[in-house]
Design a protein around this ligand. Structure first.
Ligand code: ADP
Length: 384
């Protein structure tokens, strides 16, 4: 049933009144307009229990009862149900007290001999309460929208800052091998010494590899951002993959004096169905980071059997990563060291690319690291 107050449910009224005749009069007046869900209390304790435990649309109170007076009833109402309209219905209490009640937040004061006003007063109070609630909802929504805008602004600023760092890193990462190629090509032209020629050509080759690595990373990240990553799955022989990785990286490790270890394969299975190139790229990224951030000790990679999955790991005894940075570094352009404080090269893309590949292959990647002790990256791939 739709009430004259626009509500479908009965009007829930709490009436603090100890004179039964007044209660009866009240009900008779109100029932003409509203379907009532009515509770009458006649003392302080029952009043407190009611406003604490039940919900109402409106509170009506006599001014003076043996255990409580309207100002306290109003104060309690503000404390427990601050949005409920409070109307005082009473005999003459004097203008001063009435005004004081209204000042404290009562919506109306009605003399018992003017009860005819009651219905219109309740209607007005309900309308105002609804308007207040709508206003509060609008304010909440505005606050929420402001917070969202603020977050979006901070995100945009952070993204802008990271892009600037990325661009400055990039120009450094590209310029270094380019300068190597230019400088050593000139030296190559000038020398007839065969040994020197071989050395210079090797440096030029290494610089070209670095450049290609950077270009590939940029291509990968742009494909990832455009959602264009294509998977090419097939049966992968892990023994082959592991010995390939070991053979292509062992020279770099020897030069740095860090050991590259491969953990012995589990008996079964050494084959899984996945994208071999992506798997090699993920492991290469993690092994490259391993050597980059390890001064002494070893980098070890291997695989262990899991539940319908294989768990790969790359462990190093390098500088480690603090807890706060461990989730950040999977975001693009993120590096533990930023800007001019950087001791290590890199564009901050390797882990973002690896994470995205692992996800596309149906797996997950995570990290376990202790600063000063070392880092282990794990990733899990489904067998099929
Ligand atoms: P890049 O190595 O090109 O900076 P990555 O995305 O591969 O980009 O790595 C992001 C950052 O994570 C690195 O700059 C480094 O601060 C940190 N990091 C990655 N791997 C390791 C590791 N094995 N040990 C210590 N720090 C690492």
């Amino acid at each position: 049933m739709i009430q004259s107050n626009g509500k479908k449910d009965p009007l829930k009224v709490l009436y603090l009144e100890d004179t039964p005749l007044d209660v009866e009069l009240f009900i008779a007046l109100i029932e003409e307009e509203f379907e009532l869900d009515f509770l009458n209390v006649d003392n302080r304790n029952d009043y407190i229990a009611a406003i604490k435990e039940q919900t109402f649309d409106i509170l009506i109170s006599d001014y003076k009862l043996p255990s409580i007076e309207a100002p306290e009833a109003l104060e309690l109402a503000r404390k427990y149900r601050s949005d409920l309209p409070f109307i005082c219905v009473s005999g003459t209490i004097g203008e001063e007290k009435a005004v004081s009640l209204l000042k404290e937040g009562a919506v109306d004061y009605i003399l018992k001999d003017r009860m005819g006003r009651l219905v219109s007063s309740i209607k007005r109070a309900l309308k105002e309460a609804e308007e207040q609630r709508a206003l509060a909802r609008a304010q909440d929504e505005l606050i929420r929208q402001n917070q969202e805008l603020l977050l979006a602004k901070e995100k945009a600023e952070e993204s802008d800052r990271l892009k600037s760092i990325f661009l400055s890193n990039m120009s450094h990462e590209i310029r270094t091998p380019m300068n190597g190629i230019l400088g050593f090509s000139e030296l190559l032209i000038k020398t007839d010494d065969l040994e020197r020629q071989e050395k210079y050509v090797q440096i030029i080759r290494d610089s070209c590899d670095q450049l290609i690595h950077i270009i590939n990373s940029i291509m990968d990240i742009s494909m990832i951002e455009a959602n264009q990553i294509r998977m090419n799955k097939g049966v992968v022989d892990l023994e082959n993959v592991f010995s390939y990785l070991h053979s292509i990286r062992s020279e770099d490790f020897k030069k740095k004096g860090v050991e590259l270890r491969v953990k012995k394969m589990p008996e079964q299975p050494t084959r899984l169905i996945t994208d071999e190139n992506k798997l090699i790229q993920i492991l290469t990224n993690l092994i490259s980071n391993g050597i980059k951030f390890t001064k002494e000790g070893f980098v070890e990679f291997g695989v262990e059997e899991g539940d319908h999955s294989l768990q790969f790991y790359v462990k190093d005894t390098g500088i480690g990563i603090s807890k706060e940075k461990q989730t950040l570094i999977f975001d693009r352009f993120r590096q533990v060291e930023e800007g001019s404080t950087r001791n290590f090269g890199g564009a901050g893309l390797g882990l973002t690319i690896s994470k995205s590949f692992v996800k596309s292959l149906g797996g997950e990647i995570w990290i376990d690291s202790v600063p000063g002790k070392g880092t282990t990256f794990y990733f899990k791939l489904p067998l099929k």
